[in-house]
Design a protein around this ligand. Structure first.
Ligand code: KG4
Ligand code: ZN
Length: 357
């Protein structure tokens, strides 16, 4: 099975071709990701209109490149998949409409993929991984602990009541004057800092549910930063190290609870799996290792390049659905909001009207 995948939900314009064997194993034939970081950097964050226009300009060439690199023509595709949400609606429309055009012209089945489902299923692309498993999804828009029971079967065990983890990294970077996107910058600065210099809070620590809260921690960093301003490079490193240490401890605690809730409801997971941009952070990866070891669970971490947004994850999720006979019609709608677990209830204290809480 050969599937083209298209990703345009945020600030990456990406296309990839993957191959799926009948035994469920996968192979990436091409995976081209163009980051629009330079277009958005002057604004300190993603500007939706700029993103949508850049997707229009770039997408055709990137798809052509992915097809050429894979060495196949459109007629050989088994299906074409696009991320149909959740995300910035302008970009989603560009990707989904392009996929529909390809599907129509070449009479190829279309699959409208949930971007979050793609993050959730990506680990099965790179290694054999049976359901059910416990997913830690931490990106710019989401921080969730999810029981992945099968393709299309997701139960959310925990989520953030305010900021997403990647969002918190980005905001801390911005307040310390580090360039966008902030996650990798904070990680780099933290490496040379003293994590004990500032006593930052560990939000939600010890609570019986598996939810996260990150905005109070972010505010604590802001307060310390203005208290000791003007900031020397060492101050910035120490603030980043303190922030990251608090995130690590909160993550370890919340995930331990999440794994316990998983066990109670679904039995032992086949693995703890991480996905999303924050999962490319080496310190977070180390903390997850410790959590998995303590819970006597295998840890599976996709390579960093497959943790951040890319086309291969969309193609793979499309292939997983197509293998089960699931396809979509030309009526498939782009969606700014699209919960992975439609039955999930907002946690108590949830404070934002957000796309997918
Ligand atoms: O999954 P992703 O590429 O896009 C979505 O949000 O869907 O995740 C991007 C987020 C950004 O907030 C970025 O700052 C964060 O992931 N991120 C990191 C690191 N690399 C990316 N956060 C912490 N440490 C990193 N090394
Ligand atoms: Zn993502």
């Amino acid at each position: 099975m050969l599937v083209l995948g298209i990703e345009t939900t945020c600030d990456e314009t990406a296309a990839a071709v993957i191959e799926r064997q009948p035994d469920g194993s996968g192979r990436i034939l091409s995976n081209i990701v163009h980051s629009q970081i330079e277009d958005h950097a002057p604004y300190g964050g993603v500007v939706p209109e700029i993103a949508a226009r850049a997707h229009i300009d770039l997408l055709d060439g990137i798809i052509r490149g992915a097809m050429t690199e894979a060495g196949i023509g459109f007629a050989q595709l088994s299906a074409v998949a696009a991320a149909a949400g959740p995300g910035l609606i302008g970009g989603v429309i560009v990707g989904l409409t392009t996929a529909k055009a390809i599907a129509m012209v070449h009479n190829t089945p279309l699959i409208a993929v949930n971007h979050l489902e793609a993050h959730a299923l990506t680990p099965r692309l790179t290694c054999p991984l049976a359901f059910p498993y416990c997913l830690f999804l931490a990106s710019g828009g989401h921080t969730q602990i999810v029981a992945v029971l099968g393709v299309g079967q997701y139960v959310r065990l925990g989520t953030t009541v305010d900021d997403a983890m990647g969002e918190a990294f980005d905001k801390v970077a911005k307040m310390l004057g580090l360039p966008y996107p902030g996650g990798p910058q904070v990680e780099r600065a933290a490496a040379g800092g003293d994590p004990k210099r500032f006593a930052f809070p560990r939000p939600m620590l010890g609570r019986p549910d598996a939810h996260f809260s990150l905005s109070g921690l972010k505010t604590a960093v802001r307060n310390e930063a203005s208290r000791i301003a003007p900031l020397e490079p060492q101050d910035i490193s120490d603030l980043c190290a303190g922030f990251q240490a608090a995130v690590l401890e909160a993550t370890a605690d919340r995930l331990s609870v999440g794994l316990r809730l998983f066990q109670e409801r679904f039995g032992a997971p086949s693995a703890l799996v991480a996905a999303g941009g924050v999962a490319s952070n080496q310190a977070i990866r180390g903390a997850l290792q410790a959590v998995a070891a303590k819970a006597q669970t295998t840890l599976i971490l996709p390579p960093p390049a497959l943790c951040t947004d890319n086309g291969a994850m969309i193609a793979w999720a499309g292939a997983e659905r197509f293998a089960l006979g699931i396809t979509d019609t030309m009526e498939a709608a782009p969606r700014a909001r699209w919960l992975l677990d439609a039955d999930a209830v907002a946690p108590a204290g949830y404070g934002k009207t957000r796309a997918a809480y």
